[in-house]
Design a protein around this ligand. Structure first.
Ligand code: ATP
Ligand code: MG
Length: 391
């Protein structure tokens, strides 16, 4: 019965030129998302609305699932199209629609008709009344409630007649691409994919960087990060994943710096390298999955120490989240199962028994000077041997 979807979006403040940018980006993202669905679709703007028309056979459930991943969509209304074959036929079709969509008739309803075509022989009020009557006649258990109906049945008279009443909630947010681009530090853990999802939801396109430390971290650990990027890309569109071989840098820090400071110094180099790639690729910020107090490297002092090495803003959308809250989002967006696969994302030799929780930035800087001899060369080599995976 349904052969199209009306796409609802609701962000205040998208006026004038911004409205077009918003709508065009949304159309673009919808087209991308639907590539993964079976069937052919026509995505078009018409009179300030966005429609997805199925052309021929399509998988309804699958299509709705894909649309539910497109940021910027607040609601997805399945639409039944009818040819205009006279008012009698319209009444029959509407009755059939109500019968099929609402097996339980014990409900209130209201018809909301709109004429986009003024040559239609009845006015909106009259259509409301007459269709209402036809429904009541067919299903006497139903009743009209014009203030708070259970079912609001929209009937739009255009070239064709467009009927809808149900809304599947969309993810909300802004279409990806309307908010610039940021570099996500993506590890194989639970937090960073969620962090990327949250920033992308505000319209930001993602690039990602993963610091790989072979042979201390395995190929499978890297594959897990690629898999996570792929799951996130179902919401965001293609992600360029930069893989940095971090082993030599980690070993060098391990050799030259106090072990309690290993994590902090390592994280400072991760941020520096991520920022370098970010600037090269036009990213306007960095994103991490940090949350205050979660581990030693995420205390306020540790965050201050990692933060001070970059100029770009660092977005930490999970900063005030408890682990359980992060897990809930991870489950909802489908990254959790992959994140908890037991492939090590950091070798134990790089984890100190008693990491500093209140690093003193001056001392950290001083200890980083122990690296002066070779660090520049190692960082440059890591950047030169960077691997790019487009997911
Ligand atoms: P996650 O669950 O995201 O791995 P975490 O709780 O394990 O986070 P940390 O290991 O301290 O926390 O890392 C904090 C943040 O630093 C991560 O959320 C991620 O953004 C970034 N990060 C850590 N390790 C890596 C890595 N190997 N490659 C890329 N980014 C990383
Ligand atoms: Mg981690």
């Amino acid at each position: 019965m349904f052969t199209a979807f009306l796409i609802k979006y609701a962000e205040i403040g998208i006026k004038g030129r911004n409205r077009y940018l918003f709508e065009d980006a949304l159309v673009h993202q919808i087209r991308f998302a639907l590539k993964k669905c079976e069937g052919k679709f026509l995505v078009h703007k018409s009179q300030g609305r966005i429609y997805v028309d199925a052309e021929g056979e399509f998988d309804y459930e699958d299509t709705v699932e894909c649309l539910k991943k497109v940021f910027g969509i607040s609601g997805i209304c399945p639409v039944m199209y009818l040819e205009d074959e006279g008012f009698e036929k319209l009444c029959d079709s509407i009755v059939r629609y109500v019968d099929e969509v609402y097996p339980d008739k014990n409900r209130t309803f209201k018809v909301h008709a709109r004429r986009a075509r003024k040559d239609y022989p009845k006015e909106s009020m009259e259509i409301n009344a007459d269709l209402g009557e036809a429904i009541l006649k067919a299903f006497p258990e139903m009743s009209v409630d014009v203030h708070e109906p259970d079912i609001l049945l929209s009937v739009e008279i255009r070239e064709r007649i467009c009927v809808y009443s149900e809304t599947v909630p969309g993810p909300g947010g802004m279409p990806v691409g309307t908010g610039g681009k940021a570099m996500l530090l993506l590890s194989g853990g639970i937090d960073s994919p969620v962090a990327g999802y949250m920033i992308a939801k505000r319209g930001v396109k993602l690039d990602a960087v993963y610091f790989h430390a072979p042979p201390y971290t395995s190929e499978r650990a890297k594959q897990k990060v690629v898999d996570l990027a792929r799951i996130v890309s179902a919401y965001t569109g293609p992600i360029w994943l930069h893989v940095i071989d971090f082993t030599a840098i980690q070993l060098y820090i391990h050799e030259k710096c106090p072990h309690e400071e290993l994590t902090i110094i390592m994280r400072r180099y991760m941020m520096r390298i991520a920022e370098h790639i970010a600037k090269e690729t036009g990213c306007l910020g960095l994103i991490t999955g940090e949350s205050i107090g979660q581990v030693a490297s995420q205390t306020m002092s540790s965050l201050a120490a990692t933060n001070e090495v970059c100029q770009l803003p660092v977005y930490r959308p999970l900063i005030g989240f408890d682990k359980q809250e992060i897990v809930e989002v991870a489950n909802r967006i489908g990254t959790f199962e992959t994140s908890i696969l037991p492939y090590e994302d950091c070798c134990t030799i790089f984890v100190a028994k008693h990491p500093v929780t209140k690093p003193n930035v001056k001392i950290i800087r001083r200890h980083e000077h122990n690296l002066d001899e070779r660090i520049e060369e190692l960082v440059n080599r890591a950047l030169e041997t960077k691997e790019l995976i487009v997911v």
